[in-house]
Design a binder for this molecule. Structure first.
Ligand SMILES: [Zn+2]
Length: 331
C-alpha cells in the first residue's frame, strides 16, 4: 500500500454552480417569478418547487450533493469468538476468528486502495482496541488522508455504563486512537448507535465536536449540548453493509439500492440540502462487495457537483454555517 498525501478536499464532478442539465429558463413566466428562476423541463415542472438563483447551492463551492462514507474498523475489539459444544460447554471458535483476521489481512487494505483509486477520503470509525492491536494499519488509514473517528475503546455497548465508566470508556478510545494514528478523534459512533443520556455531554466534554448516532435527517445539523453547539452527522441504517452482507447477502441488490438512493437524493438536491451516507464494515468487505462500492462511487462521480466529504468536514460546515439547522433540543 502506498501513502497518499492528497488534500482532503475531494470534490468531484466539477465545482461552481450545480448542474443545469434538464433545466430551462422559465420562459414566459420569468418576468413574474424572476429571471433567475429555473424549472425542470419535464412535464411535471409546474409541480416542482421553485427557488431563486440566490439559493441554488446548499453546500460549499456550489456542490449539489454531499456523500460521506463511514468505514467501521472494529476487528479484534470484541471478546474472542466462542462456540458451544455438548452440554453447553464453550470452546474457542477458531473459524470465526479467521473472519476477524480477514479484516486486517484483506478488507481494510482493499478498501483503502479503492478509496485511493477513486480519489475520495472517508471517515473511519475505529475501536481503540483495533488500533492498539494493529497500530501500523490504523496509522496508514490516517496517513492516506482519512478521518479517524471513535467507535468506543472496545466494541462494547456503553448505554448502560455509569457516568464515570462511560467517561473513561470514551476517553480511552480517544487516547488509543490518537496513540496509533496521530489523530485525536472529533467524531463519535457508539456500538449499535446505542447512546446513554450522558453520551453527548461526555463526548463534548472530551473534545468531540460531532456524533453520528442519529438517523433523523438527510443532512447534518446542530443540537445544543450544555448550552454549546454540537454537530450531528446522521448515520445510515438502510445503506449499511451489515444487513446486506452479514451472511449471504446479494451484492447486486446493494448496488441497486445505492443507485436508487443516489438518484433520489440527487434529484431532491435540486431544491434542498441533501447528504447521502454509506457504511462499510471491516470484516465483511469481500472483493465483490467493495466492487459494488467502487462502481457506485464511479457512478456518482459521473454526476456534476457530487462532493465526497469526510464526516468532520460536514460537522464543521454545520457548526459554522448560518444556514445549518439548529435544533432547540438534543435527542
Ligand atoms: Zn460496531
Amino acid at each position: 500500500m502506498t501513502s497518499d498525501s492528497q488534500s482532503s478536499d475531494t470534490r468531484h464532478g466539477g465545482t461552481g454552480q450545480m448542474s443545469r442539465r434538464n433545466l430551462i429558463a422559465a420562459g414566459a413566466t420569468a418576468a413574474a417569478v424572476g429571471a433567475a428562476t429555473l424549472v425542470q423541463s419535464s412535464t411535471s415542472a409546474a409541480a416542482k418547487p421553485k427557488r431563486s438563483a440566490a439559493h441554488r447551492s446548499f453546500w460549499p463551492n456550489g456542490a449539489r450533493l454531499a456523500i460521506t462514507f463511514s468505514m467501521v474498523v472494529e476487528n479484534n475489539a470484541d471478546p474472542p469468538p466462542i462456540t458451544k459444544g455438548p452440554g453447553g460447554k464453550t470452546y474457542p471458535d477458531l473459524y470465526a476468528e479467521t473472519a476477524v483476521q480477514y479484516a486486517v489481512n484483506e478488507a481494510i487494505p482493499r478498501m483503502l486502495d479503492m478509496f485511493d483509486r477513486r480519489r475520495i477520503k472517508v471517515t473511519s470509525m475505529m475501536c481503540g482496541l483495533s488500533c492498539e492491536r494493529h497500530p501500523a494499519l490504523a496509522k496508514e488509514i490516517a496517513q492516506r488522508g482519512h478521518e479517524c473517528g471513535a467507535h468506543g475503546s472496545s466494541h462494547d455497548v456503553q448505554f448502560q455504563m455509569s457516568l464515570d465508566d462511560e467517561r473513561a470508556f470514551i476517553k480511552k478510545a480517544a487516547d488509543q486512537i490518537e496513540q496509533a494514528t496521530g489523530q485525536r478523534p472529533v467524531g463519535y459512533n457508539c456500538r449499535a448507535q446505542l447512546r446513554s443520556a450522558n453520551t453527548l455531554s461526555l463526548e463534548q466534554e472530551l473534545g468531540f465536536i460531532y456524533h453520528i448516532d442519529d438517523i433523523s435527517r438527510d443532512e447534518p445539523f446542530v443540537v445544543p449540548v450544555n448550552g454549546k453547539p454540537f454537530a450531528v452527522v446522521p448515520y445510515t441504517a438502510h445503506l449499511n453493509d451489515i444487513p446486506f452482507f452479514n451472511n449471504h447477502g446479494v451484492a447486486a441488490s446493494f448496488a441497486q439500492d445505492l443507485k436508487l438512493e443516489f438518484d433520489a437524493l440527487y434529484a431532491e438536491a435540486e431544491f434542498k440540502r441533501r447528504m447521502m451516507v454509506v457504511t462499510l464494515h471491516d470484516s465483511i468487505a469481500r472483493a465483490n462487495r467493495v466492487k459494488v462500492f467502487e462502481d457506485f462511487v464511479t457512478y456518482a462521480q459521473g454526476h456534476k457537483g457530487v462532493w465526497f466529504a469526510r464526516a468532520d468536514q460536514l460537522a464543521h460546515w454545520a457548526l459554522t454555517s448560518p444556514d445549518s439547522i439548529k435544533e432547540k433540543t438534543a435527542t
